[in-house]
Design a protein around this ligand. Structure first.
Ligand code: DGI
Ligand code: FE
Ligand code: FE
Ligand code: FE
Length: 187
C-alpha cells in the first residue's frame, strides 16, 4: 500500500489532533529507521497505522480482546493499553495489512514486549518523541535517541512508569518486563 492511501484510511479513524500526532510519528519513525538501520518502508507503514484503533469504543475493544484470545490480563489494566493489540487486529482485517513485523510493531507500541525487534523499538520511541509531544522529560529522551535507541527506550519507559505511579495508576506487567529486558541486555 502506498503512503497516501494508508494516510487516507487512517485519517478517517482519527481526530485531527491524533492525525497530526500520527504524522509526527511517521516522520520520526522514518528518521529513526534510517539512523538505526530498520526497514524504513515498514517503519513508515507501522507508524501510519499505530493508533488506528485509538477511538474505538471500550466495548468493541473488549469484545475483540476476548474473542481473539488476546491476553486477558489486559482487561484488568488501563483501557489505554487496548488500542494497540486491537489496532493490529483491525489494521489486518479492515485495511488489509498482512506483514507480521508491521502488525507486531503496532501490537506492542504501548506495552513493548520482551525481545523487541528493531522495528518495534523504532515505532515505540517515535510515538514517544515525535515533535508534537511535550511531556516532562521528552527532550532528554530526544537527546539520548541521538546516541542510543535502547537507552532512549529505557528512559521513555522509566518516565512512563514513574508518570503512572505518581498518579497512583497500575502499571501493566509487560511494561516492566520490557524495561527489565532492555536493561539486562544493555552493555
Ligand atoms: O496512543 P498514544 O497516546 O499515542 O501513546 P501510547 O499508545 O503509548 O499510550 C500510552 C498511554 O497508555 C499513556 O497515556 C499511558 C497509558 N498506559 C496505561 N498503562 C500503561 C500505559 N502505558 C504503558 N506503556 N504501560 C502501562 O502499563
Ligand atoms: Fe498509541
Ligand atoms: Fe507509547
Ligand atoms: Fe501514538
Amino acid at each position: 500500500m502506498e503512503r497516501e492511501e494508508a494516510l487516507k484510511i487512517v485519517k478517517e479513524q482519527l481526530t485531527e489532533h491524533r492525525y497530526q500526532h500520527t504524522l509526527g510519528v511517521v516522520e520520526t519513525a522514518i528518521q529513526l529507521a534510517e539512523k538505526y538501520g530498520a526497514d524504513v518502508v515498514k517503519a513508515e507503514m507501522a507508524a501510519i497505522f499505530h493508533d488506528y484503533a485509538k477511538f474505538r469504543s471500550k466495548e468493541e475493544m473488549k469484545e475483540i480482546i476476548k474473542e481473539q484470545g488476546f491476553p486477558h490480563d489486559l482487561l484488568e489494566f488501563n483501557g489505554e493499553l487496548w488500542h494497540a493489540p486491537v489496532g493490529a487486529y483491525l489494521v489486518e482485517k479492515e485495511a488489509g495489512i498482512t506483514d507480521r513485523e508491521i502488525l507486531d510493531a503496532i501490537r506492542f507500541h504501548t506495552s513493548g514486549r520482551i525481545n523487541m525487534t528493531l522495528l518495534d523499538k523504532v515505532v515505540y520511541l517515535a510515538d514517544y518523541i515525535e515533535p508534537g509531544r511535550h511531556f516532562p522529560g521528552v527532550d532528554e529522551v530526544r537527546e539520548i535517541a541521538k546516541e542510543s535507541l535502547d537507552k532512549a527506550l529505557i528512559k521513555a519507559i522509566q518516565n512512563t512508569i514513574l508518570f503512572l505511579m505518581k498518579k497512583n495508576q497500575t502499571v501493566y506487567p509487560d511494561t516492566f518486563h520490557t524495561y527489565n529486558d532492555l536493561v539486562q541486555k544493555l552493555e
